[in-house]
Structure formats: C-alpha cells, structure tokens
Ligand binder design. Sequence first.
Ligand code: SF4
Length: 697
Amino acid sequence: ARKHAERWVNSTCGYCSVGCGMQLGVRENKVVSVRGNPHHPVNRGKLCPKGLAEHYAIEAEGRALYPLLRRDGALTRVSWDDALSTMAERFRAVQEKHGPESIGVISTGQLVTEEFYTLGKLVQLGIGTRHYDGNTTLCMSTAVAGYKRSFGSDGPPGAYQDLELADVILLIGANIAENHPILCTRLEANKSKTLIVVDPRVTKTAMMADLHLPIKPRSDLALINAMLRVIIDEHLYNESYVDAHTSGFDELRSSLEPYTLEYAAGITGLDEPLIRRVAHLCAGARAPFIGWTMGVNHSTKGTETVNAINNLALLTGSVGRAGASPFSITGQCNAMGTREAGFSSSLPGYRKFESEDHRNELAQIWNIDASCIPAARGLAYPDIIEAAVAGRIRALWIIGTNPIVSFPNIDVLRHALGNLDFLVVQDGFHPTPTTELAHLVLPAAIWGEKEGSYTNSERRVSKVNKAVNPPAEARSDFDIFLQLADKLGCREELFPQWQRPSDAFEEWRRVSSGRLCDYSGMTYDAIESSGGIQWPFTATSPDDPSSTRRLYADGHFETEDTRARLIPTHWAPFPEQPSSEFPFVLNTGRTVEHWHTRTKTGAISILQQLSPRAWLEMNPTDAVRLNLKPHDRVDIVSARGRVNRVELRVTEIIAAGQVFLPFHFAETNANQVTQSAFDPISREPNFKQCAVRVEKS
Ligand code: SF4
C-alpha cells in the first residue's frame, strides 16, 4: 500500500524546462510520493506523467553507489580519496605530456546552476582547459546563437503567460503536447487564439491546431522567408518599430527576392494561398507568439531559421509585448541556467570571451589575474569529439549525460572514447552505456538528493531542494567539484570557504549583477516564497517578485547601438537527400513518457509499461509498396549503420516518403543511423533528417 508522507519538501521538476513546482512527500527518509505545488506560478498544481512518477527514480534499480576505477580491465570499487586523487593525477599527467588543452569536459543541463557555475570555474581556471561544453549543444545552442545574432544576447524575450494572451500562436517544429505537456495546458486555456502548427508530422500538437502546415522536412526556412516577403511586399510590417529599433531592413528585403510564393510552395509542398494567409494572420495579429523547439534547432540551418523567426517578430514589432514574442521552448530542466552561468559559448552573465572589459570585470570579482581567463571559447561538444578522434583530446570528463545513446552517428563517438587515455563518467546511474566504457565512474546524487536552483524557459529561477540523502557513497555534484578542486590544489583560490551551494549562489548573484540575466535582487528565501522569480531581478527592483517580466519591451536590445539586427538567411536542402538506396527521410523525436536516453524513466516501471519499446511510423502507401504490415519488425538502415527489429506502426500521422523513430531507446538506438552534420554557427547536430531504407527483419 502507498505510504503517506510525514513531511513535504518544495522543489522543482528535474526533467523538462517547463519548470513545474512540486512537493516531495518524505517518510522514513524515503521520497514516497510527489504532487504538484498548487502555489507555483508555472504549473499551479499540475504535473505530467513523468513528473508524477519522478520520485521512483530515486529508489530505482541501477543507481551508481560507489566510485569505481578500472583495474585489469574491470571496474573496481575504490574510496573517494583514491578516485579523486587518481583523477587529478591522470589529468595532470595527460596535460604534462600533451598540453593543458588536451582535456575535454562535457556537462549537462541537469546540473543546478550553482553546480554549473562551480564546475565552469574549476574547468577553465583550475584544470586549465577551454574545451568545455554541455549536452545543451545537442538541443538549444541554436536558439542561443540565433538570439545573440538578432538581439545581441541570449535570453528568450517572452513569458509563458504569452501563450494565454496571444491571438495568433505559430508553433514551428514544437510538439509541446508531448514534450512540454504542462505548458500545453496554457495553450488550451486560451480559447480566442488561432493556433498554427508547422510540422511535417501530424503530432498531438498539430491535432490541436486551427491550421496545420505539413511542410516537407527542413523547409521551414523557405516558408518563413516567403512570409517575410509577403509582409514586406504588401507593406504589412510595423514600419515605425522597424525604423526605430532595427537595422538591416534593406539587406533583408533584397535577400528575400528569390522567396516568391511559387518558389516557397515548391520547397515546402504547401499551397501558395495558404502561405500568404499565414503571413497575413501573423502580420495582422494583435499579439503573435512564435514558439519553436527541436524541429528548428536540430538542423544544419537551425541558427538561420531562428534568425528568420526573429526577423518575423521584429518586422511585426512583436518582441517584449504581452502575448507577442519569439520564444524558444528549451529542453532540459536547467539548460537555461547553464546558458546564464556560462563558461562554454559565453563567459558567466552572457559576457563575451572576446571582450577585454568583460574579462577584467570577472577577474576583479574573482580576485585573479585577467590573463587567466580565456579570450576565445574552446571547442564545442561535436568538436571535442572530433578532437578526441584525432588524438588532440586525450582525457575526457562526462557529467550527467549519456552520449553513447544521445550523440549522432554513434560509431564516431565510440571511436573517440576508445582513443582516450582516461575517461571519467560522473552519473547518478551505473551501468549506463557510457559509464560502462569509463576508466573512472563517480557516483552522483540526483534530483531530490541535492540543493540549488533551475531556470526555466521563461527565465524563471526556481528552487531545488534536498529531500533525502543520496544512496550509499554517492555525493552531490557540487561536493565532487569542490573535492576535486582540493586535490588539484585550487580550492582556496577559486572557492574560498565555500561549503554549500548557497556560497556559489551568492557569488553568482554578484557576477550576474548589471547583466541582462541579473539575479542580484534574488535570495533563496524570496525564490521559495514566490515560487520562482524571472530575471532580470535587480537589488533595486521595485516590483513584486511574482510579476511577469519580458525582455526588450522598450525596444532597446543588447547590441552596441541598441538596435536589433534583421539578418538575411538562405534556405538550402538538408545535407543527406533520399536516394534509390536510401529512399526515406528519417525524422527522430520523443514521447511523453520518457526522458532523453531513459536512464531514469526506463527504470520507472509505470513509465516503462506505458512505453516499453521504440516504434517506426510509416505511411500506409509506403507500407503497401514494401509489403509490410502493422507490428512487423523492421530494420532501419543508413549509410552509417542499422537499427534492428523495431515494431512498425502504419499510420497517416507521417507523410509518404518519411519515417519517424523515437530516440530514447538504447537497444534500438536512432543514433546508429543519424549523421555527423552540424549547424556551422551553433554546432548543433542535424538529428532530424537523414536518408534510410526500411527492411523487414
Ligand atoms: Fe516535469 Fe516538464 Fe512534466 Fe512539468 S511538464 S512535470 S517540468 S516533465
């Protein structure tokens, strides 16, 4: 029988970026239930199936319990002291032999901001390598790069409330009914909107739409550019806003010359009048909201597509107004916090590596010589992997992510990891496909076992609290970072007298002060009592912490002249087109029951029962042609590899010539067939399109 809780601990969900407030019910030092926090401003008491089952992850099978060091080929239990001494010695030995930058570090949007900030200092100033990035590059680096180019800084301008206030909502490559379910309830609550969903697949979100635009794969950029051309040609844009707050209008107009309705109709497969109608709906709206997720980001044209979305918002004067915003709906619970706290594509507080002033500001706060701070970012995640293949990265530290399932074209990653002199994997679970390859496994606490804060997609900082101790010898990531700093001899210099995450939070507040992501007015108490505070929230913010904030409401952006940039963009076909050998376009994505590579949700019985295995969606016309029937087992084959024995679903959800495979399942890993193709600006992988054939198993 289910046990009743003795006490309830407020916290924030550790899965997606919606950032639902929840309460963990504790009895006899176990988390026995969770419930939505009715007072939290994000979810008002609601939780989705993953959130409702989240406490089961704490007691799940397969938790990492002890540090393990590979000896004579086998992972063997060692003490923490041995583990961290060995790690420090091996890293230093690699650096002595191959140079300071022969170490790479890949972290995660699952860390709390306090941990991420601590890790960044440790890696860049303590270990002394720039080659530091996170699994966020596999999901949101494109949004980051797009915002920086258009607005001068990262940071989604809008708020969740905009979904309730908008009169036109355009969702591009965003299946929020499946992937951000509690955010989707805001969409349902808005009864007066026109919902337009752009997606090649008839997703659950597309089924809710007033207008579904089933575009051909990777044709969104041509669609948006054709809409922009209609808006300019028919003088539907907000001329006074464009004149006052943007630059680059003439260049944008010239670049749109090729994007006639006829040209875009050929690329997208949509009718010309439909494209024109959607352009008119967006331009004529009182408050248009344009949201997107991985359908846009997972592409070699992702950053340009984000810029085209921002162009659409700017031309219609729809940035920072109630209901009107371009809005990236983030993936992980704290992908946003990792972006703010920096150290990978930016320095902390969205500062630039290239800016001497920014480096001097940080050096002063940290009381170090400014020359210690790198003047250029290091390698992005895919480039760290390529450097390992080439032998330039010789030791790697992977934290809270499972790339053997999540990285594209997985054999390249296997080759890279096999090349390393030393691989450390820090995770809450063991074995995982990645920890099994490690020389050293560090057991980490997970959600419910540690303290800090997350920032959600609308820039709301929410508190994460510890309800129970981690199992056996697992430790919080924060403690592991400080103890490694001890072994490296840099703890006193970089983290003087730090003992708790609140020490990191206090320094981070000072570092963020005066920046767009200003936390200086926040305290843990204020965050707890309001349920979460959106940044910027300065020490002198006169307003209520629970009030809704938007960026750029005054039309001033983070560029040098305060004007937003209208950026010309150019559509191109996706890199691997179907052929006679590989005639289908493979799309990959998610299901509501699972999270990423199922390390946690695959160990939770109720979620696993709801969604026990992968499937392949295929249109009935293709199934008839290949003589395949529903429930047949099929293999999916690309030029790089093969996924075996996947159950076939024959459905009109997917168009002829396309197939869809969820990416969560290690045993039928979609990344056996995906390709090594990356956005040249953000370095995000093109997970969404590759050419495959389907064979009966
Ligand atoms: Fe957690 Fe996201 Fe579900 Fe909310 S919608 S309960 S944040 S997984």
